[in-house]
Design a binder for this molecule. Structure first.
Ligand code: HEC
Length: 115
């Protein structure tokens, strides 16, 4: 095993531990977002055509601020994964994992989250 592989394995193990802990805390079995998932890319590919195109709530709109204030982040994740009214499950892209959809949600709400 090369040195790099060992480092990655160690990183993966601690990530798995952290994930297990977080999943326990949140009471869910879903896998938390891994470092190598690019929420922006997923968003651009699978979500932007609606959420930057006038169909869904727009990225950075005040609506997200309200939802985050209400502590509904996990509900947003669930709705994005399972679908919600006009929102297709996983944005219509079944190939996305839960973690990838969540990363895309994070990107969707990021502009108001930063304020
Ligand atoms: C076909 C268009 C379309 C695509 C593609 C799409 N969405 Fe949506 N999305 C919507 C619409 C419309 C709503 C508003 C649903 C409503 O409130 O009736 C919505 C709502 C949402 C919500 C809010 C749910 C809530 O609880 O209010 C989230 C979060 C979301 N989308 C995330 C995503 C993510 C992440 C992606 C990409 C993986 C995505 N969407 C792709 C149309 C789309």
């Amino acid at each position: 095993m090369t040195c790099k592989e060992e480092t990655m394995r160690a990183r993966f193990t601690s990530l798995t531990l952290a994930t297990t802990l977080m999943a326990g805390l949140l009471g869910t079995t879903t896998i938390a977002q891994a470092d190598d998932i690019d929420g922006r890319q997923i968003y651009d590919d699978s979500c932007a055509r609606c959420h930057d195109g006038g169909r869904g709530p727009q990225r950075g709109s005040e609506r997200w601020e309200q939802r985050l204030e209400d502590g509904e982040t996990s509900l947003l994740y669930t709705h994005a994964i399972e679908g919600f009214r006009g929102m297709p499950a996983r944005g219509g892209n079944d190939a996305l994992s839960d973690a990838e959809v969540k990363a895309a949600v994070d990107h969707l709400v990021a502009p108001v989250e930063d304020e």
